[in-house]
Design a protein around this ligand. Sequence first.
Ligand code: PLP
Length: 768
Amino acid sequence: SEQASWDPKILSLWEKCAVDENSDKENFQKTFVRHVTTTLARSAYNIDNFSAYQATAHTVRDRLIKRWNDTQQNHTEADPKRVYYLSLEFLLGRSLDNALLNLGLKENFGEGVKDLGFRMEDVLDEEVDAALGNGGLGRLAACYMDSLATLDYPAWGYGLRYTYGIFQQRLKDGYQVEFPDYWLNFDNPWELARLDVVVDIQFGGSVNEYTDEKGRTRYLWESNDVVKAVAYDVPIPGYGTKNCINIRLWNSKPKRQFDLGRFNEGQYEQAVQEQMQAENITAVLYPNDNHMVGKELRLRQQYFWVAASLHDIVRRFKKSEKPWSKFPDQVAIQLNDTHPTLAIVELQRILVDLEGVSWDDAWDIVTRTFAFTNHTILPEAMEKWPVPMVSYLLPRHMQIIFDINLIFKDFAKFFGSEKFINVTNGITPRRWLHQANPKLGDLITEVLGSKDWLKDLSLLKKLEPFADDKEFKKRWVAVKRSNKVRLAEYIKAHTGIIIDPNALFDIQVKRIHEYKRQFMNILSVIHRYNLLKKMSSKERSEVVRRAVIFGGKAAPGYYIAKLVIKLINSVADVVNKDESIEDALKVVFIPDYNVSVAEIIIPASDISQHISTAGTEASGTSNMKFVLNGGLILGTVDGANIEIHEEIGDDNIFMFGNLADQVEDLRHAHRYRDVPIDPALQEVINDIEAGHYGDPHIFSPLIHTITIGKDYYLLSDDFGSYLSAQNLVDEAYKDQEDWELIKALPKNTALTFLDPNNNNLGGEGMTF
Ligand code: PLP
């Protein structure tokens, strides 16, 4: 509508300047060179891989911006109900390859880049991951964005633009060392700074009661502690559609400019302090996965983010001039875990205090607008904030919380299944198959005769008749082999360890956590090593060779998890050097596991491990990614392993361990009785304590979690069945004919969310 009132001269210029969507090779090269000379200010004789990446990225960005503008303009005109996904984490990874594939530009642009003397793989490899998340929760948010865009939803994500994402992990003497993630130091073509979209956010202050013109008691929250939230937009293109949605990330900036008065008084440090405090809010992503640390700055982050986001959502709604009662018909807000739950209180505050809606009407609107996703029931992950801290930082919110306070159990009893639904997580097949495993993607497309499976994963069912097809199997095996070679090369380049692509690749990559039990995995590796050492050379030659591959970050303050990394590396040092076992076993810890590394690892697995203590992992998502790429699973009866089992059948998954309903009794037994440790496990513990893997004192606190710490995660109870399952894996792998028989491909790993009736954007267990 704004355009219509424009001068016709400007309109005609507008049309002339529109982005040329012609995606042929020549047009790409023309734009590429223009970006090299103007955007990057470099000469055509001075382009390295990084500038080639930047110029390609900017060429794609032009198109993304066009789609973003068209999509948003279209949504503004149509004014549909919008869905907002509030997530403190978006673990996006790289954008260029994904954008090229989703926009259908990969082939032509690839040729264009090649013609100019570059290899597309090298160009793509220059991109730094956007790692604004810890693990599963943040990656889920990123997968949801891809699917929302692809399925043509008018959706927006809201998050924070951290200056530092998740730390970089390096290894020193086998220990994890953390380095800051300077991801914004290299120019970020995937964001659009909206320096004009600014929201004032206040903290602290006081609440003043007054009587309004209608005689009602009203409350006004006032404070001088104000910071600015500045918007940065990240366009997310859908696959095979022009829909391009948005993630709006907020950056904190000082409200007041530099305090010149103080500066003139010689108080330079105090003069800049306020600036620095404001910028601190979005400086760093808290690096804890499934663990709550009650820092005031984290609470500030949470309020800053929800207040800015709600202001934006309410502003957009008000443009439509609809009555407040229509708000839930126009707006659905999904809360990714408890991190954004202050949004509920903030909307109530906006409606009652600022817009003058009655308390009951406001509460009705609020309860029909929000849905919440629960990700865990681990006690240490539950958010708890001290009342004095909340009262001091957010005095008005504290009052509202007291008014809406409800005991959870009663709520659940009262509403029952009406408000609680189970939604299993999902993953995007665009990134986790098409992009990460292009060879398998191409094979599937060729056999199915189209790329429709990328939007409807149930079509993979049509591959079933080919499971016995010799030619198809040969090609399938060749794809897996080339992915294993690619991973072996990556491992050699990054760790110096050489692994044989013919070995069974046994992979456990995920955040390091006691409940995920990487500790149990490495203990079983020691057990295997001991067996190998006892064998004759002939016996050893008949054993399945294994490369056991680990990856994952430990929270910097998580001492036990960091010791697990050290133990893995100490075991690797001993095993990999021991020539007597004739390369029958290799152990690798891949440093700095992130989304880009996952894209190399996941397509290369023969077996992946998802071995959390039953009842602790809400879903997991990497289990689905491995299966989608034709890997088998070694897992416990936990999280989405259970549904994956239902889909792929007994032949493709090795399950073991105690069940969730046995866990409480076992823990009780450990607490009150002297339960003997599993003998095989005891032997392994003895080896560590005897110093076979370096100074045993280093590992004492880790061993004590089993021996004197009551074995909370039940390693001893599950160890026997774990070893048996490992043996079954070996036996199955020996029969290569059978191993290669693809019995059933998962049909249900696509995203199946957004129930049209309740707009729930759920995931990980319970959503309400
Ligand atoms: N971290 C990264 C970098 C990932 O890519 C993923 C999933 O792909 C995860 C964590 C989550 O892994 P899991 O579901 O095994 O916990």
